[in-house]
Design a protein around this ligand. Structure first.
Ligand SMILES: [Zn+2]
Length: 340
């Protein structure tokens, strides 16, 4: 019995041991499977990360590529920019040109204008025979065609041939003599309201004329009360002239109402000033405050369409096409570009 017991126990032990071994084998296999799974998962994860990293890298490459493309574009844009001509503006140019402001505060700069203003005798160069107060009257040569047209149009409109020039260019000496004569006759206060102090007269520019009515015998009529004055006040801008000293601008110009004094500024500027009722002082202020190279003032007039801007820069990109530069005689330059 005892022996069979032993045998049974031994058998049971062996069975138990066998079971334990089987369990261990299953556990090992299970662990191996787990390990393999972990390795597979790890590999998958690594692979995934790797792909992401690769994607990131290629995105980076794309950014680089696009930035490279951008830099190519930029260089493509900057290539013509390099070929844009630059324009240097001089101190003399700031004080010369069609738009120089000459008034009680700003003197005319004779030296700055000497290279560009050439005076011509009106009587000798006029395209038809209209009255000129004195045979030696002169204006800047560039305004002669416009003066001829202005007088011709006025005569045609009022049906007379009496429109003429009573005063034109004045030298310093001449202005001094006008001042002295006026002051002697009517006193200094009166002279100051009608005659500019020598150096500060618009007549120095060669761009200003006083208009009048002349009779056959050479005597002068009263221009301010004439049909000619009314017509010229309303129409001179078509020929590039502005009525310079108006009743409602006395406070700004410092000069009394003068129906006879006209100043050449060019057709686009004269058109804008006349239609917007701005005197030269106001127009110059308006351009300074509102008209920039990237936001110019557009003016359409009889002679075409123009873009006008103000700058204080002494080096600017040269405008394309036809353009003119005028100083304002104060603090900068007015660029006028013909666009159509
Ligand atoms: Zn005058």
């Amino acid at each position: 019995m005892a022996e069979s017991d032993k045998k049974r126990r031994a058998k049971a032990r062996r069975r138990l041991a066998k079971k334990r071994k089987q369990k261990q084998r299953v556990a090992v296999i299970f662990l191996i499977i787990i390990a393999i799974l972990i390795v597979i998962l790890f590999m998958m994860e690594r692979n995934k990360n790797g792909k992401n990293a690769g994607a990131k890298q290629s995105a980076g490459t794309e950014i680089q590529d696009s930035s490279a493309a951008t830099s190519v574009d930029t260089s493509a844009q900057s290539e013509p920019a390099e070929s844009v001509k630059m324009l240097n503006l001089t101190v003399e140019q700031m004080h010369s040109g069609d738009l120089v402001l000459v008034n009680g505060s700003y003197a005319y700069d004779f030296d700055a204008n000497a290279p560009t203003v050439s005076l011509v005798n009106i009587h000798d160069t006029q395209s038809f025979n209209y009255p000129v107060g004195k045979e030696d009257f002169e204006v800047a040569d560039r305004i002669m065609p416009f003066l001829d047209q202005l007088v011709d149009a006025c005569d045609s409109a009022v049906g007379s041939k009496m429109t003429g020039v009573a005063s034109a260019y004045r030298s310093m000496e001449y202005q001094q003599s006008v001042w002295d004569e006026m002051a002697e006759l009517y006193g200094e206060e009166y002279a100051r309201s009608y005659v500019a102090i020598p150096g500060y007269s618009e007549h120095h520019t060669g761009l200003s004329v006083d208009m009048s009515i002349f009779y056959e015998d050479g005597s002068e009529g009263t221009f301010s009360e004439s049909e000619n004055a009314v017509w010229m006040n309303e129409n001179s801008y078509h020929y590039g002239f502005i009525r310079r000293y108006a009743e409602d601008k006395v406070e700004v110009t410092g000069i009394s109402n003068e129906a006879w004094h006209f100043r050449y500024v060019g057709i686009p500027h004269a058109t804008y000033m006349a239609t917007q009722n701005l005197c030269l002082e106001e127009y110059i202020d308006y351009l300074r405050a509102n008209a920039r190279a990237d936001n110019p003032l557009s003016i359409t007039c009889d002679s075409g369409t123009y873009e006008v801007f103000f700058t204080t820069e002494t080096t600017i990109e040269e405008p394309e096409g036809e353009y003119t530069v005028s100083g304002n005689n104060v603090d900068g330059y007015i660029i006028t570009v013909k666009t159509a």
